[in-house]
Write a protein that binds this ligand. Structure first.
Ligand code: OGA
Ligand code: NI
Length: 362
Protein backbone atom coordinates (compact mmCIF):
# COMPACT_ATOMS: atom_id res chain seq x y z
CA UNK A 1 0.00 0.00 0.00
CA UNK A 2 3.10 2.22 -0.23
CA UNK A 3 3.43 5.48 1.64
CA UNK A 4 0.58 6.55 3.82
CA UNK A 5 -2.26 8.26 2.04
CA UNK A 6 -4.09 10.76 4.30
CA UNK A 7 -7.32 8.94 3.33
CA UNK A 8 -6.33 6.25 5.88
CA UNK A 9 -5.92 8.57 8.83
CA UNK A 10 -8.62 8.36 11.50
CA UNK A 11 -9.86 11.44 13.36
CA UNK A 12 -8.21 11.77 16.76
CA UNK A 13 -11.16 10.37 18.74
CA UNK A 14 -11.33 7.20 16.67
CA UNK A 15 -7.67 6.24 16.83
CA UNK A 16 -6.83 3.09 18.78
CA UNK A 17 -5.40 3.74 22.23
CA UNK A 18 -2.07 2.04 22.96
CA UNK A 19 -3.32 0.86 26.37
CA UNK A 20 -6.52 -0.81 25.15
CA UNK A 21 -8.35 -3.10 27.55
CA UNK A 22 -7.60 -6.81 27.21
CA UNK A 23 -9.16 -7.79 30.51
CA UNK A 24 -12.67 -9.16 30.72
CA UNK A 25 -13.71 -10.57 27.40
CA UNK A 26 -16.88 -11.32 25.53
CA UNK A 27 -18.71 -14.48 26.69
CA UNK A 28 -17.36 -17.86 25.58
CA UNK A 29 -20.13 -20.36 24.85
CA UNK A 30 -19.70 -24.11 24.40
CA UNK A 31 -22.02 -25.51 21.73
CA UNK A 32 -21.13 -29.18 22.23
CA UNK A 33 -24.63 -30.19 23.31
CA UNK A 34 -26.05 -29.19 19.94
CA UNK A 35 -23.04 -30.14 17.81
CA UNK A 36 -22.82 -33.84 18.55
CA UNK A 37 -24.45 -35.89 15.78
CA UNK A 38 -27.12 -37.43 18.03
CA UNK A 39 -28.09 -34.29 19.88
CA UNK A 40 -31.72 -33.33 19.73
CA UNK A 41 -32.63 -29.70 20.15
CA UNK A 42 -36.13 -30.59 21.35
CA UNK A 43 -35.31 -32.83 24.30
CA UNK A 44 -31.93 -31.89 25.50
CA UNK A 45 -32.15 -30.90 29.11
CA UNK A 46 -29.08 -28.75 28.95
CA UNK A 47 -30.60 -26.79 26.10
CA UNK A 48 -32.40 -24.38 28.44
CA UNK A 49 -29.09 -23.35 29.97
CA UNK A 50 -27.50 -22.82 26.58
CA UNK A 51 -30.42 -20.76 25.31
CA UNK A 52 -30.17 -18.58 28.38
CA UNK A 53 -26.44 -18.09 27.87
CA UNK A 54 -27.03 -17.08 24.25
CA UNK A 55 -29.82 -14.70 25.24
CA UNK A 56 -27.71 -13.05 27.95
CA UNK A 57 -24.75 -12.69 25.59
CA UNK A 58 -26.93 -11.13 22.87
CA UNK A 59 -28.52 -8.74 25.33
CA UNK A 60 -25.51 -7.68 27.35
CA UNK A 61 -22.77 -7.81 24.73
CA UNK A 62 -24.15 -8.31 21.22
CA UNK A 63 -21.00 -10.45 20.82
CA UNK A 64 -19.83 -13.88 21.97
CA UNK A 65 -17.40 -16.63 20.97
CA UNK A 66 -18.40 -20.23 20.36
CA UNK A 67 -16.35 -23.40 20.76
CA UNK A 68 -17.28 -27.00 19.92
CA UNK A 69 -19.39 -25.52 17.14
CA UNK A 70 -19.16 -28.50 14.79
CA UNK A 71 -17.30 -26.79 11.92
CA UNK A 72 -14.49 -29.18 10.90
CA UNK A 73 -11.08 -27.63 11.55
CA UNK A 74 -9.78 -28.84 8.18
CA UNK A 75 -12.37 -26.75 6.31
CA UNK A 76 -11.27 -23.66 8.16
CA UNK A 77 -7.60 -24.40 7.60
CA UNK A 78 -8.20 -24.95 3.89
CA UNK A 79 -9.86 -21.59 3.37
CA UNK A 80 -7.29 -19.81 5.53
CA UNK A 81 -4.49 -21.27 3.46
CA UNK A 82 -6.13 -20.43 0.13
CA UNK A 83 -6.84 -16.89 1.34
CA UNK A 84 -3.18 -16.39 2.21
CA UNK A 85 -2.08 -17.65 -1.20
CA UNK A 86 -4.59 -15.44 -3.00
CA UNK A 87 -3.60 -12.22 -1.21
CA UNK A 88 0.09 -13.04 -1.55
CA UNK A 89 -0.13 -12.52 -5.32
CA UNK A 90 0.86 -9.29 -7.08
CA UNK A 91 -1.80 -6.60 -7.17
CA UNK A 92 -2.29 -6.95 -10.92
CA UNK A 93 -3.29 -10.60 -10.49
CA UNK A 94 -5.80 -9.76 -7.75
CA UNK A 95 -7.19 -6.91 -9.79
CA UNK A 96 -8.23 -9.37 -12.49
CA UNK A 97 -11.13 -10.29 -10.17
CA UNK A 98 -11.66 -6.77 -8.94
CA UNK A 99 -15.19 -5.78 -8.14
CA UNK A 100 -16.87 -2.99 -10.03
CA UNK A 101 -20.34 -1.60 -10.51
CA UNK A 102 -21.53 -4.65 -12.47
CA UNK A 103 -19.55 -7.37 -10.78
CA UNK A 104 -19.98 -6.51 -7.16
CA UNK A 105 -18.19 -9.57 -5.72
CA UNK A 106 -14.50 -10.37 -5.81
CA UNK A 107 -11.40 -8.41 -4.88
CA UNK A 108 -11.38 -4.90 -3.52
CA UNK A 109 -8.73 -2.81 -1.80
CA UNK A 110 -10.22 0.65 -1.45
CA UNK A 111 -13.10 0.18 0.95
CA UNK A 112 -13.96 3.10 3.19
CA UNK A 113 -15.77 2.89 6.52
CA UNK A 114 -17.39 6.16 7.60
CA UNK A 115 -15.44 7.85 4.81
CA UNK A 116 -12.00 6.86 6.07
CA UNK A 117 -10.10 4.28 4.05
CA UNK A 118 -9.59 0.87 5.68
CA UNK A 119 -6.10 -0.64 5.86
CA UNK A 120 -7.13 -3.89 4.21
CA UNK A 121 -7.94 -5.79 1.07
CA UNK A 122 -10.94 -8.10 0.74
CA UNK A 123 -12.37 -10.85 -1.43
CA UNK A 124 -16.15 -11.33 -1.29
CA UNK A 125 -18.25 -14.28 -2.40
CA UNK A 126 -21.93 -15.14 -2.27
CA UNK A 127 -23.01 -18.17 -0.33
CA UNK A 128 -25.76 -18.70 -2.90
CA UNK A 129 -24.39 -18.27 -6.39
CA UNK A 130 -25.86 -16.34 -8.07
CA UNK A 131 -27.71 -14.20 -5.55
CA UNK A 132 -30.89 -12.44 -6.68
CA UNK A 133 -31.19 -8.77 -5.73
CA UNK A 134 -32.96 -5.63 -7.01
CA UNK A 135 -31.33 -4.15 -10.10
CA UNK A 136 -31.50 -0.64 -8.67
CA UNK A 137 -31.75 1.05 -5.31
CA UNK A 138 -34.68 3.13 -6.59
CA UNK A 139 -37.79 2.14 -4.61
CA UNK A 140 -40.14 1.94 -7.62
CA UNK A 141 -37.88 -0.04 -9.87
CA UNK A 142 -38.97 -3.68 -9.59
CA UNK A 143 -36.38 -5.14 -11.90
CA UNK A 144 -34.16 -7.84 -10.43
CA UNK A 145 -30.61 -8.84 -11.23
CA UNK A 146 -28.19 -11.61 -10.27
CA UNK A 147 -24.85 -11.22 -8.60
CA UNK A 148 -22.30 -13.87 -9.66
CA UNK A 149 -19.16 -14.91 -7.86
CA UNK A 150 -15.84 -14.20 -9.57
CA UNK A 151 -13.03 -16.70 -9.15
CA UNK A 152 -9.33 -16.11 -9.77
CA UNK A 153 -7.17 -18.54 -11.71
CA UNK A 154 -4.99 -19.01 -8.67
CA UNK A 155 -5.11 -20.62 -6.18
CA UNK A 156 -6.94 -23.22 -8.22
CA UNK A 157 -8.80 -24.63 -5.21
CA UNK A 158 -10.09 -21.29 -3.93
CA UNK A 159 -13.56 -21.88 -5.31
CA UNK A 160 -13.89 -25.36 -3.86
CA UNK A 161 -12.63 -24.51 -0.39
CA UNK A 162 -14.77 -21.36 -0.23
CA UNK A 163 -17.90 -23.21 -1.31
CA UNK A 164 -17.31 -25.94 1.26
CA UNK A 165 -16.66 -23.40 3.96
CA UNK A 166 -19.78 -21.43 3.04
CA UNK A 167 -21.89 -24.58 3.55
CA UNK A 168 -20.48 -24.99 7.04
CA UNK A 169 -21.23 -21.34 7.82
CA UNK A 170 -24.82 -21.86 6.71
CA UNK A 171 -25.20 -24.86 9.00
CA UNK A 172 -23.70 -23.10 12.00
CA UNK A 173 -25.66 -19.96 11.19
CA UNK A 174 -28.98 -21.80 11.22
CA UNK A 175 -28.15 -23.50 14.51
CA UNK A 176 -27.35 -20.14 16.04
CA UNK A 177 -30.54 -18.63 14.65
CA UNK A 178 -32.52 -21.45 16.28
CA UNK A 179 -30.91 -20.73 19.63
CA UNK A 180 -31.55 -17.01 19.20
CA UNK A 181 -35.20 -17.67 18.30
CA UNK A 182 -35.63 -19.81 21.44
CA UNK A 183 -33.95 -17.14 23.54
CA UNK A 184 -36.56 -14.63 22.34
CA UNK A 185 -39.37 -17.04 23.26
CA UNK A 186 -40.07 -17.90 19.61
CA UNK A 187 -40.33 -21.31 17.92
CA UNK A 188 -36.88 -22.50 16.98
CA UNK A 189 -37.62 -22.42 13.25
CA UNK A 190 -39.02 -18.87 13.34
CA UNK A 191 -36.23 -17.44 11.20
CA UNK A 192 -35.83 -20.26 8.68
CA UNK A 193 -38.21 -18.85 6.09
CA UNK A 194 -36.19 -15.65 5.73
CA UNK A 195 -33.26 -17.60 4.31
CA UNK A 196 -35.03 -19.63 1.65
CA UNK A 197 -33.33 -17.37 -0.82
CA UNK A 198 -30.42 -15.75 0.88
CA UNK A 199 -27.98 -12.91 0.41
CA UNK A 200 -25.28 -14.25 2.76
CA UNK A 201 -21.68 -13.35 1.99
CA UNK A 202 -18.32 -14.80 2.98
CA UNK A 203 -15.51 -12.25 3.02
CA UNK A 204 -11.80 -12.89 3.10
CA UNK A 205 -10.07 -10.00 4.88
CA UNK A 206 -6.34 -9.33 4.68
CA UNK A 207 -4.82 -6.60 6.84
CA UNK A 208 -1.23 -5.97 5.72
CA UNK A 209 1.32 -4.63 8.23
CA UNK A 210 0.74 -0.91 8.65
CA UNK A 211 3.45 1.70 9.28
CA UNK A 212 1.02 3.90 11.25
CA UNK A 213 -1.10 1.50 13.37
CA UNK A 214 -1.81 4.26 15.86
CA UNK A 215 -3.41 6.47 13.17
CA UNK A 216 -5.22 4.00 10.90
CA UNK A 217 -7.58 1.06 11.34
CA UNK A 218 -7.95 -2.20 9.43
CA UNK A 219 -11.65 -1.56 9.46
CA UNK A 220 -13.10 1.53 11.10
CA UNK A 221 -15.85 1.38 13.71
CA UNK A 222 -19.10 0.05 12.30
CA UNK A 223 -22.03 -2.24 12.95
CA UNK A 224 -22.78 -5.17 10.67
CA UNK A 225 -25.91 -4.57 8.61
CA UNK A 226 -26.82 -8.23 8.05
CA UNK A 227 -28.57 -10.68 10.42
CA UNK A 228 -25.65 -12.34 12.14
CA UNK A 229 -21.88 -12.44 11.64
CA UNK A 230 -19.70 -15.51 12.17
CA UNK A 231 -16.06 -14.44 12.22
CA UNK A 232 -12.88 -16.50 12.14
CA UNK A 233 -9.89 -14.42 13.23
CA UNK A 234 -6.31 -15.68 13.15
CA UNK A 235 -3.88 -15.73 16.07
CA UNK A 236 -2.65 -12.15 15.49
CA UNK A 237 -5.85 -10.57 16.80
CA UNK A 238 -7.01 -7.01 16.34
CA UNK A 239 -10.79 -7.11 16.63
CA UNK A 240 -12.12 -4.65 19.18
CA UNK A 241 -15.68 -4.55 20.47
CA UNK A 242 -17.36 -1.58 22.09
CA UNK A 243 -18.51 -2.67 25.54
CA UNK A 244 -22.15 -1.79 26.06
CA UNK A 245 -21.81 -0.85 29.72
CA UNK A 246 -19.26 1.96 29.28
CA UNK A 247 -18.32 2.31 25.61
CA UNK A 248 -14.80 1.02 26.26
CA UNK A 249 -13.06 -0.70 23.29
CA UNK A 250 -12.25 -4.28 24.26
CA UNK A 251 -9.66 -6.33 22.43
CA UNK A 252 -10.95 -9.81 21.61
CA UNK A 253 -8.23 -12.29 22.46
CA UNK A 254 -7.94 -14.91 19.73
CA UNK A 255 -9.16 -18.33 20.87
CA UNK A 256 -7.88 -21.08 18.57
CA UNK A 257 -10.60 -22.55 16.37
CA UNK A 258 -13.37 -20.49 17.99
CA UNK A 259 -15.84 -18.35 16.07
CA UNK A 260 -16.82 -14.86 17.10
CA UNK A 261 -20.53 -14.24 16.68
CA UNK A 262 -22.21 -10.88 16.62
CA UNK A 263 -25.76 -9.68 16.32
CA UNK A 264 -26.31 -7.66 13.16
CA UNK A 265 -28.67 -4.76 12.53
CA UNK A 266 -31.44 -7.05 11.25
CA UNK A 267 -31.67 -8.95 14.54
CA UNK A 268 -31.80 -5.59 16.27
CA UNK A 269 -34.86 -4.64 14.21
CA UNK A 270 -36.50 -8.10 14.34
CA UNK A 271 -36.12 -8.13 18.14
CA UNK A 272 -37.31 -4.51 18.39
CA UNK A 273 -34.06 -3.54 20.16
CA UNK A 274 -34.07 -6.41 22.69
CA UNK A 275 -30.75 -7.38 21.12
CA UNK A 276 -28.57 -4.60 19.73
CA UNK A 277 -25.99 -4.65 17.01
CA UNK A 278 -22.75 -3.46 18.61
CA UNK A 279 -19.96 -1.34 17.17
CA UNK A 280 -16.64 -2.98 16.47
CA UNK A 281 -13.46 -2.27 14.53
CA UNK A 282 -10.14 -3.92 13.72
CA UNK A 283 -6.72 -2.64 14.67
CA UNK A 284 -3.66 -3.23 12.55
CA UNK A 285 -0.03 -3.51 13.60
CA UNK A 286 3.32 -2.70 12.09
CA UNK A 287 4.86 -6.15 12.43
CA UNK A 288 2.42 -8.82 11.34
CA UNK A 289 -0.19 -9.11 8.66
CA UNK A 290 -3.56 -10.40 9.82
CA UNK A 291 -6.30 -12.46 8.19
CA UNK A 292 -9.93 -12.85 9.16
CA UNK A 293 -12.96 -14.44 7.53
CA UNK A 294 -16.41 -13.14 8.40
CA UNK A 295 -19.60 -14.70 7.10
CA UNK A 296 -22.56 -12.32 7.09
CA UNK A 297 -25.90 -14.14 7.09
CA UNK A 298 -28.39 -12.27 4.94
CA UNK A 299 -32.10 -12.92 4.30
CA UNK A 300 -33.81 -13.01 0.90
CA UNK A 301 -33.78 -9.69 -0.94
CA UNK A 302 -37.59 -9.40 -0.78
CA UNK A 303 -37.60 -9.46 3.04
CA UNK A 304 -39.24 -6.44 4.56
CA UNK A 305 -37.27 -6.05 7.73
CA UNK A 306 -39.44 -5.04 10.67
CA UNK A 307 -39.96 -5.93 14.34
CA UNK A 308 -41.49 -9.42 14.62
CA UNK A 309 -45.16 -9.17 15.44
CA UNK A 310 -44.88 -11.65 18.33
CA UNK A 311 -42.43 -9.29 20.02
CA UNK A 312 -44.47 -6.10 19.85
CA UNK A 313 -47.63 -5.02 21.63
CA UNK A 314 -49.21 -1.86 22.97
CA UNK A 315 -46.66 -1.51 25.76
CA UNK A 316 -43.80 -2.29 23.44
CA UNK A 317 -44.73 -0.84 20.04
CA UNK A 318 -42.60 -1.28 16.94
CA UNK A 319 -39.56 0.97 16.99
CA UNK A 320 -38.84 0.65 13.28
CA UNK A 321 -40.66 1.17 10.03
CA UNK A 322 -40.27 -1.76 7.62
CA UNK A 323 -37.47 -1.51 5.09
CA UNK A 324 -36.77 -3.66 2.10
CA UNK A 325 -33.53 -5.57 2.60
CA UNK A 326 -32.69 -5.86 -1.11
CA UNK A 327 -32.99 -2.10 -1.63
CA UNK A 328 -30.96 -1.46 1.52
CA UNK A 329 -28.23 -3.83 0.37
CA UNK A 330 -28.06 -2.40 -3.13
CA UNK A 331 -27.91 1.15 -1.75
CA UNK A 332 -25.01 0.15 0.48
CA UNK A 333 -23.16 -1.61 -2.33
CA UNK A 334 -23.57 1.35 -4.65
CA UNK A 335 -22.22 3.76 -2.08
CA UNK A 336 -19.15 1.55 -1.58
CA UNK A 337 -17.77 2.63 -4.90
CA UNK A 338 -17.29 6.19 -3.95
CA UNK A 339 -16.43 8.17 -0.91
CA UNK A 340 -19.71 9.80 0.05
CA UNK A 341 -20.13 13.17 1.68
CA UNK A 342 -23.11 11.89 3.61
CA UNK A 343 -23.50 9.14 6.16
CA UNK A 344 -24.18 5.69 4.69
CA UNK A 345 -27.72 4.28 4.86
CA UNK A 346 -28.31 2.99 8.42
CA UNK A 347 -31.16 1.31 10.32
CA UNK A 348 -31.67 4.36 12.49
CA UNK A 349 -33.04 6.06 9.38
CA UNK A 350 -36.04 3.72 9.81
CA UNK A 351 -36.50 4.38 13.51
CA UNK A 352 -40.03 5.52 14.30
CA UNK A 353 -39.86 9.05 15.73
CA UNK A 354 -40.86 9.10 19.38
CA UNK A 355 -40.02 5.45 19.99
CA UNK A 356 -36.95 6.49 21.99
CA UNK A 357 -39.23 8.62 24.13
CA UNK A 358 -41.59 5.67 24.69
CA UNK A 359 -38.54 3.69 25.76
CA UNK A 360 -37.60 6.25 28.38
CA UNK A 361 -41.14 6.29 29.78
CA UNK A 362 -41.25 2.49 30.12
C1 OGA B 1 -16.02 -6.91 9.22
C2 OGA B 1 -15.33 -6.88 10.52
C3 OGA B 1 -13.45 -7.57 11.88
C4 OGA B 1 -12.18 -8.31 11.78
O1 OGA B 1 -15.40 -7.35 8.23
O2 OGA B 1 -17.21 -6.49 9.21
O3 OGA B 1 -15.85 -6.35 11.46
O4 OGA B 1 -11.65 -8.64 12.85
N1 OGA B 1 -14.12 -7.48 10.62
O5 OGA B 1 -11.70 -8.58 10.68
NI1 NI C 1 -17.96 -6.02 11.08
Amino acid sequence: MGEVDPAFIQAQEHRPKPDFTRAEGIPLIDLSIISSPNSNLDNDQALGGLVEEIGDACKNWGFFQVINHGVPLAKRQNIEKASRIFFDQPLEEKRKVRRNEEKVLGYYDTEHTKNVRDWKEVFDLNVQDPTVVPASYKPDDEELTRWFNQWPEYPTDLREVCEEYAKEMEKLGYKLMELIALSLGLPKDRFHGFFEEQTSVVRLNHYPPCPVPDLALGVGRHKDAFVLTILAQDDVGGLQVKRKTDGEWLWVKPTPNAYIINVGDIIQVWSNDTYESVEHRAMVNSGRERFSIPCFLGPAHYTNVQPLEELINQQNPAKYKPYNWGKFLVTRKGSNFQKLDVENIQIHHFKIPGSELAEKLD
